[in-house]
Design a binder for this molecule. Structure first.
Ligand SMILES: Nc1nc2c(ncn2[C@@H]2O[C@H](COP(=O)(O)OP(=O)(O)OP(=O)(O)O)[C@@H](O)[C@H]2O)c(=O)[nH]1
Ligand SMILES: Nc1nc2c(ncn2[C@@H]2O[C@H](COP(=O)(O)OP(=O)(O)OP(=O)(O)O)[C@@H](O)[C@H]2O)c(=O)[nH]1
Ligand SMILES: [Mg+2]
Ligand SMILES: [Mg+2]
Lengths: 291, 277
């Protein structure tokens, strides 16, 4: 674990007390960089993070009550938690109708998360409508229909329409169904697929979307910055949902995505069932990344 | 020396960036050690030569597994497909179906994901589009029972290839890994050498967790090959270098899109070239 490795790095400084200097923390910083890279934090993001730690740590008085290693860890942990964002970044819910669009790479967990979010919002007294706007994946519409049935919530579907029109039509008839939240499920797509990225931009033009949530797989490696950056640049996402955190991935993608988009991670998916959506805890994520 | 820099700290740092950025992080230290050793022995004399050295070195390490699927000596060849949630298993089975049909082989599908919403429907659509028969069970039924029925059908119909789809699962979910082991056991009990191939489908965007996936899936069901999906994105898929290094499982196929045509037999050299770009 990072605390063990930093403790061993600093074991020779323990007796000296004094100040954390550029020399004596070099090895500690290398350990920290290694821990971040092992956690799949993007290489450039890890480098930048370690540099900012160095600036904060140099000159800091070594407290008598803790070892220098523990002190460095505290600086790292606190900085990570700050970077992870403010604790509760809730869904922006309007008094009238709220429209939420889920976007992301193939297989990241969008459709399942649509169901989870619908369940969570209905517990908060909202009446969600699910819109099946993935017309390309075999049985995607059916998948959302099944979830809607499990949740006893309406699902808007259409034969033969294009996704932007399906979304617009779904939103238009939401209130006639007594619904006040619309959740748009979109097809997974590559951030480098210009036509499909434009399709999402078109949805945004046609529909007043209040929240665009980027759904990312927590086990994503170095590529997390590339896709997150592109989705954010083209759509200006309002938040991120990190899925499959019930596995044992360290989840460094969370730091990379935060760094490159500046957008809040609002929820985490921690299982396949529809009640497995939790509010994001930045300090817990910091612990997990550090290992 | 013939132009180019020497292997100084700055170069090593640049090399680290190349290795880590393509998800080769778990083997980066070993790779750099090999480069430095070759440099000491004058096998590499400048930084230009480092990348040529690495291309040869990594391509060699990814070669040598059998990239063709192992066929049954007689009767149906059984292929079990597994992997974590959303990695591309079902779509890869559609691609493999097309791949085998183009070789003139008959294919039968087993809808072994009895858990996820519309999983059976998804594979059924592929079966219809590709004009192959499919064995399925009720949603919520025991996937091992579907596997059993599928093998019986494969034997009765004398098909060449049986492709068994399974539900996505995390390697940390012990009960689900036990379920997968049970499916494998059912296959091996019905047909002596089955499953002839056990393919782990890995998402190319996955980081170092892919190594852990390979280890645990292999411990449970003896994975014989990897399918690296979604290589049409910007992820490089370098985790397979670490997997070959630590668990010695070869990549057999790569997925480069969402349609049945988007499957390629794995070729180490062009893959490694892209890794080191
Ligand atoms: N363990 C776990 N599995 C999850 C989680 N979220 C989603 N899944 C699973 O991940 C797989 C993919 O989920 P989907 O909802 O189909 O993903 P998607 O993004 O809609 O996929 P596409 O529409 O094809 O892009 C399914 O097997 C889900 O059950 C999670 O938080 N934990
Ligand atoms: N771009 C791209 N997308 C792919 C590739 N392989 C699969 N996909 C997409 O990834 C998503 C998930 O694929 P599935 O085949 O449903 O994945 P799975 O592993 O069966 O998912 P679960 O059964 O839910 O665990 C779908 O949208 C597929 O179209 C690939 O090689 N390239
Ligand atoms: Mg979906
Ligand atoms: Mg599947």
């Amino acid at each position: 674990s990072i605390s063990k490795s930093l403790d061993s790095v600093f074991s020779r400084f323990r007796k000296k007390g004094g100040v954390l200097t550029e020399e004596n923390i070099q090895e500690g910083l290398r350990e920290i960089r290694q821990a971040l890279l092992e956690a799949d934090v993007n290489f450039k993001v890890a480098k930048g993070f370690v540099k900012s730690i160095q600036e904060q740590a140099v000159g800091a008085e070594v407290l008598k009550s803790v070892s220098p290693g523990q002190q460095l860890i505290k600086i790292v942990h606190d900085e990570l938690a700050v970077l992870m964002g403010e604790k509760a970044a809730p869904i922006q819910l309007n008094p009238g109708l709220t429209v939420i669009m889920m976007v992301g790479l193939q297989g990241s967990g969008k459709t399942t998360t649509c169901g989870k979010l619908a369940k969570l919002l209905s517990k908060q007294g909202r009446k969600p409508l699910l819109v099946a706007a993935d017309i390309q994946r075999p049985a995607a519409i059916e998948q959302l229909r099944v979830l809607g049935k499990q949740l006893e919530m309406p699902v808007y579907t259409e034969e033969g329409g294009r996704p932007p029109d399906i979304c617009q039509n779904g939103v238009r008839q939401a209130s006639s169904q007594g619904c006040d939240v619309v959740i748009l499920d979109t097809a997974g797509r590559l951030h480098i697929d210009d036509a499909l990225m434009q399709e999402l931009e078109t949805v945004r033009k046609k529909v007043a979307v209040d929240e665009i949530l980027l759904v990312c797989d927590a086990m994503t490696g170095q590529d997390a910055v590339n896709s997150a950056k592109e989705f954010n640049q083209r759509l200006e996402v309002s938040g991120v949902i990190l899925t499959k955190l019930d596995g044992d991935t360290r989840g460094g993608a969370a730091l990379s995505i935060r760094q490159v988009t500046g957008k809040p991670i609002k929820f985490v998916g921690v299982g396949e069932k529809l009640d497995k959506l939790e509010v994001f805890h930045p300090d817990r994520m910091a612990d997990r990344i550090l290992g | 020396f013939s132009g180019g820099r020497q292997l100084d700290d700055d170069f090593i740092e640049d090399l680290e960036e190349v290795l880590y950025s393509s998800d080769m992080g778990a083997t980066a230290v070993k790779i750099i050690e090999r480069v430095q050793k070759a440099y000491k022995k004058r096998e590499i004399e400048s930084t230009e030569q480092v990348f040529e050295f690495l291309k040869k070195d990594l391509a060699e390490r990814l070669s040598g597994g059998d990239t063709s699927l192992r066929r049954a000596a007689s009767g149906p060849t059984v292929v079990l497909v597994a992997g974590v949630n959303g990695s591309g298993k079902t779509t890869s089975i559609a691609k493999l179906t097309k791949h085998f049909k183009e070789q003139g082989l008959s294919v039968l599908l087993a809808a072994g994901d009895t858990f996820r919403a519309a999983a059976v429907e998804q594979l059924t659509i592929w079966a219809d589009r590709l004009d192959v028969p499919i064995v399925k069970g009720e949603t919520g039924s025991d996937p091992a029972a579907v596997a059993y029925d599928a093998v019986e059908a494969a034997l009765a119909r004398q098909v060449d290839i049986l492709l068994v789809d399974t539900a996505g699962r995390l390697h940390t979910q012990k009960n689900l890994m036990t379920e997968l082991e049970k499916i494998r056991n059912v296959l091996s009990k019905k047909i002596a050498d089955a499953p002839h191939e056990v393919l782990l489908v890995l998402d190319a965007t996955t980081g170092q967790n892919a190594v852990q996936q390979a280890k645990l899936f292999s411990e449970t069901i003896q994975v014989t090959g990897l399918v690296l999906s979604k290589l049409d994105g910007t992820a490089k898929g370098g985790a397979v270098i670490s997997i070959r290094d630590q668990v010695d499982i070869p990549v057999k196929f790569i997925g480069v899109g969402e349609q049945p045509d988007d499957l390629e037999v794995f070729e180490p050299a062009p893959f490694v070239d892209a890794l080191l770009e």
